[in-house]
Design a protein around this ligand. Structure first.
Ligand SMILES: [Zn+2]
Length: 514
């Protein structure tokens, strides 16, 4: 009688006593004691797959009756997945092959033996699921225990179970920081620092740490982090209640704006303003009262003179082409929106967006239908499985476990389907293209009122190539606005006239596409 010793590990570095060597020693020992001949088959891979390299060879030999039996160290060697387990048991029964597990022979052709084998298969399957769950759970637990979190952050600490909890002493300081920052007279993190130092008679935290703490959501009970590209959230005990948190964030926003406003060292048109008299880029000049663009010819000539050079930069503009920055920004901004309202370019852009929205609705529908199909498949597979179990008379508890998993799968898919339905609804473009052009107007209106420097510059960069200045008189300018637009509407021919602070600006719009 010849036995196939089937040895398997899931990875080459499996270090416990189920290693290949260990399995081999036991299997060979078993055969020698029983006076069986043997052949060894070794696989290194997951038991979830039926087609394993060496196992295939073994299968073939069983079918050819070259082997009379299979020996495995335990049931797990054969399969951790139930469906695979069934196939293997079929193979054994169909070929009248004997099965030895460890020191025992399993008679799976008898109903009792098959029953035991099936139970073990189900348990393996269940165990495999559990291993995955445990791994996922382990990851999350690691986070809670601070594995990847590293430092818990000022105001928190870990308790004996490594859970993140509030540190009583430090959290008092955190509370003080939020309280002090919300005093009416306090307008900066630095002033929080001073007051904190006064109270504690020592420097407790740096100014930048104070700023960081005031903006960190974890003090309001929410930790947001990333692990291997996936973001996760952890609820912590709140040190700062919702009201104080909200008030603080609003104050930070206001103070930031004030700070920005103070600097006013930001020029929307920088690098785009060109002197019409000489073609050079104009420079920014600012003093306490005025901020203006000026032709740089005179300044550069002066610089050369200082170097004892005779190089002169000529320009035929008048009054150095000086133009108020505030006025110019206003004139360009207003001009830009007048032109955009008239341009077919923007309308085309919105038409495209309209088509795309319709497209995305179809896409969401496609995914939803796919998921509904998947749900149906899971349902019928489950019922098939269930029928099989009932036939075999398998324990209620096991069926209950599988049922729970099934319910959960269905529930998860349902959730996804619902959210897709929501997306579809959101994309119900019911008001046709007219509605879209309304949206364009609304967007333009909102953009026009925009005050954030960065957003304004983004729009200016998108549409304005250059601004050429020609000063005609003390209070009169001609401005050429070169725009990245194909269509200028009526401003193709018409000039734009704007007066601002007693000065008069005539803008000629040009398209860079011509
Ligand atoms: Zn010039």
């Amino acid at each position: 009688m010849k036995i196939g010793l089937y040895l398997r590990v899931s990875t080459t570095n499996q270090k416990n006593n189920t290693s290949l060597d260990y399995q081999r020693t036991l299997g060979v020992d078993f055969c020698k004691r029983s006076n069986y001949e043997y052949e060894i088959f070794e696989d290194v891979e997951s038991g979830g797959k039926y087609n394993r390299l060496e196992f295939d060879k073994l299968k073939l030999k069983v079918k050819k009756k070259e082997l009379d039996g299979i020996w495995v160290y335990d049931n797990d060697r054969l399969s951790r997945k139930m469906e695979v387990g069934i196939k293997i048991s079929d193979l054994i029964i169909e070929n009248g092959c004997r099965l030895f597990v460890g020191w025992e022979e399993k008679k799976i052709e008898s109903s009792g033996g098959r029953f035991e084998y099936m139970i073990r298969s189900v348990m393996s399957d269940y165990e495999r699921m559990r291993i995955k769950e445990r791994m996922d759970f382990g990851k999350r637990k690691l986070l809670l225990d601070g594995g990847k979190l590293g430092i818990v952050g000022f105001g928190f600490e870990r308790d004996k179970n490594k859970k993140i909890v509030v540190n009583k002493e430090d959290s008092k300081i955190v509370k003080d920081i939020f309280k002090i920052y919300n005093y009416k007279v306090v307008k900066s993190y630095g002033s929080v620092y001073d007051r904190l130092k006064n109270k504690y008679k020592r420097s407790v935290l740096s100014i930048s740490s104070i700023g960081r703490i005031l903006r960190d959501k974890k003090y309001n009970g929410l930790y947001e982090g990333k692990l291997e590209g996936e973001s996760y959230k952890i609820d912590l005990d709140k040190i700062i209640d919702d009201e104080l948190w909200k008030k603080t964030q609003e104050k930070i926003k206001i103070n930031k704006g004030r700070w920005r406003g103070n600097i006013r060292d930001f020029f929307e048109l920088k690098g785009k303003v060109v002197c019409g008299g000489c073609g050079n880029k104009m420079w920014v000049v600012k003093n306490d009262i005025y901020r203006y663009y000026t032709c740089n010819s005179r300044l550069r000539t002066m610089k050369e003179k200082r170097k004892d050079s005779n190089i002169k930069f000529e320009c035929n503009s008048i009054l150095h082409n000086n133009i108020s920055i505030d006025n110019l920004e206003k004139v360009v901004w207003d001009g830009l929106f007048k032109v955009l309202q008239n341009s077919e370019d923007l309308k085309n852009e919105y038409k495209k967006r309209f088509d795309k929205e319709i497209g995305s609705k179809e896409r969401f529908k496609g995914i939803r239908i796919h998921l509904e199909g998947k749900q149906e498949r899971i349902r019928s597979e489950f019922i098939k499985k269930l029928e099989g179990f009932i036939e075999l008379g398998i324990d209620k508890d096991i069926i209950e476990q599988l049922n729970k998993k099934y319910q959960n799968d269905i529930f998860e898919i349902n959730k996804e389907i619902e959210s897709l339905r929501d997306e579809e609804k959101k994309r119900d473009v019911k008001d046709s293209l007219d509605g879209y052009l309304e949206l364009l107007k609304l967007d333009l209106n909102n953009d026009y009122k925009m005050t954030r420097n960065k957003s304004r510059v983004k729009l200016i960069d998108k549409y304005i190539e250059s601004v050429i200045i020609d000063r005609i008189d003390r209070n009169e300018y001609r401005i050429y606005l070169n725009m990245y637009l194909k269509d200028l509407g009526r401003y193709e021919k018409e000039d734009l006239e704007i007066s601002e602070n007693k000065s008069f600006y005539i803008s000629k719009i040009k398209s860079t596409h011509l």
